[in-house]
Design a protein around this ligand. Structure first.
Ligand SMILES: Cc1cc2nc3c(=O)[nH]c(=O)nc-3n(C[C@H](O)[C@H](O)[C@H](O)COP(=O)(O)OP(=O)(O)OC[C@H]3O[C@@H](n4cnc5c(N)ncnc54)[C@H](O)[C@@H]3O)c2cc1C
Length: 400
């Protein structure tokens, strides 16, 4: 029988993350945001709560939670601030779940275990200065030499670039296929910050997710041991897309939390602010915006829950996760715009949180597949132009 109820464990987790974020981060988030400051002190606290290895089995240092739990964590974190959810997206989603699925036992022991325990922080480097949506346009190369790969290139717009210890990096390992733009020439590697020739920096001109770290890293003749190739040579594109199924899931759930934050802030303000002799919540056009937020919140939540359920039972969910990510991020932009509107001039000031929500929401409409790319994907599924083929490795289903 279909069951829409969360378990007691889910409810406890939801409450725990909500209370932690409200207690430890919410009181200082406005200042962190205004000062463009990433607060590293949240990382050990998140590790302590088991969030950084959320859906990784205990045998690899994780908390062994199901995938719905990963979504609940993401929703609660972004209810507080997008920067917190981004940590989950790149570390727990894009990186850890990819290593869990595609990594060798040795890679899991060396990288996944310390990452799941929060001893090491990890991220995902696909985008480059000249290529984002067009993955085949990346320029980073990996040349095999004397038992290792030599990587050269630059990754740009990478979340936690200046914070993370470990990086999943995508590069062309086949120069002929690079010329032909054949994605079967791409491979995936694990890099460590300490590898010679690696350097990183922070993007300082960014105008959203200001309490988060976004940056670039450069690879200048970085020697990567052959054992750090993830999957087989030529599987990089498939691995990159697989990782996005996990990252997009956290983005969808996170955007759902942002919509709820907009709804709650708007409802509170609408009950306090008065215009034309009544509280503004009494005006029908204000009600219309709040009703839209509620509708967007409930719809987004159902979409990511379905995607999490498909992950739990071990079914392919690229289509459903893409739809959840597209719908909820576009809806979060609508909700944040209306939340500012309901707050009037006060919404245009950092005295209230909705301006931060407005700046933060836009990133998710761009990263992990832009709005346009998701629109094309969904049309192609319906038209029969796009069919998901089985991949060699599948995300492990959740087992108690
Ligand atoms: C805050 C932030 C954090 C990020 N974190 C990461 C990260 O951790 N790791 C990582 O690898 N990347 C990250 N990114 C990069 C992000 O994934 C890319 O920005 C995204 O994929 C879009 O690529 P682009 O910026 O090069 O835009 P482009 O691909 O150049 O697109 C520009 C515009 O053209 C449109 N467009 C492109 N192709 C088509 C098409 N075929 N049809 C219709 N329209 C099209 C796009 O939709 C967009 O509107 C991050 C970005 C941001 C803003």
């Amino acid at each position: 029988m279909l069951d829409f109820d969360l378990s007691d464990e889910h409810l406890l987790l939801e409450r725990t993350v909500r209370e932690w974020a409200a207690r430890e981060v919410a009181p200082k988030i406005r200042d962190l945001d205004r000062e463009h400051r990433f607060d590293r002190r949240v990382l050990p606290q998140m590790a302590e709560l088991g969030l950084l290895g959320a859906s990784v089995p205990a045998q690899y240092g994780g908390a062994g939670m199901d995938y719905i739990s990963l979504g609940l964590i993401s929703e609660e974190l972004e209810y507080c601030d997008t920067s917190l959810r981004v940590i989950m997206s790149v570390h727990a989603g894009l990186n850890c779940l990819t290593l869990l699925t595609w990594g060798t036992e040795d890679q899991k022991q060396r990288y996944l275990v310390p990452q799941s325990q929060g001893l090491k922080i990890a991220t995902y480097g696909l985008t480059e200065p000249s290529a984002g949506s067009d993955v085949r346009g990346i320029q980073t190369t990996a040349v095999k030499r004397d038992g290792h790969y030599v990587l050269n290139g630059e990754k740009m717009w990478i979340s936690l670039a200046d914070v993370a210890d470990n990086f999943l990096v995508f590069a062309w390992s086949d120069p002929e296929k690079k010329k032909q733009r054949d994605p079967a020439g791409l491979s995936c590697f694990i890099l460590e910050r300490g590898f010679k020739g690696f350097s990183s920096g922070t993007l300082t001109q960014k105008w959203g997710i200001l309490a988060g770290n976004t940056g670039f890293f450069k690879m200048d003749d970085v020697e990567v041991p052959a054992e750090n190739l993830v999957g087989r040579e030529g599987e990089g594109f498939k691995i990159a897309m697989f990782a996005l199924d996990q990252g997009r899931y956290t983005v969808a759930a996170g955007a759902t939390g942002l919509i709820r934050a907009c709804r709650d802030a708007s409802a509170k303000y609408a009950g306090e602010r008065r215009a034309f002799g009544v509280e503004i919540g009494q005006h029908q056009l204000v009600k219309e915006m709040i009703a839209q937020m509620e509708s967007d919140y409930q719809t987004s939540r159902l979409l990511w829950l379905r995607s999490g359920w498909l992950k739990n039972v071990g079914r392919r969910n690229t289509r459903e996760t893409g739809l959840a990510k597209w719908f909820s991020t576009v809806a979060s932009e609508r909700a944040a715009g209306d939340a500012v509107q309901i707050h009037g001039a006060n919404g245009y000031s950092d005295e209230y949180p909705v301006g931060r929500f407005y700046r933060n929401c836009k990133g998710a409409v761009i990263y992990e597949g832009t709005r346009e790319i998701h629109k094309l994907m969904q049309a192609d599924y319906v038209l029969g132009y796009r069919v998901d083929r089985p991949t060699r490795c599948e995300l492990p289903k959740f087992e108690l």
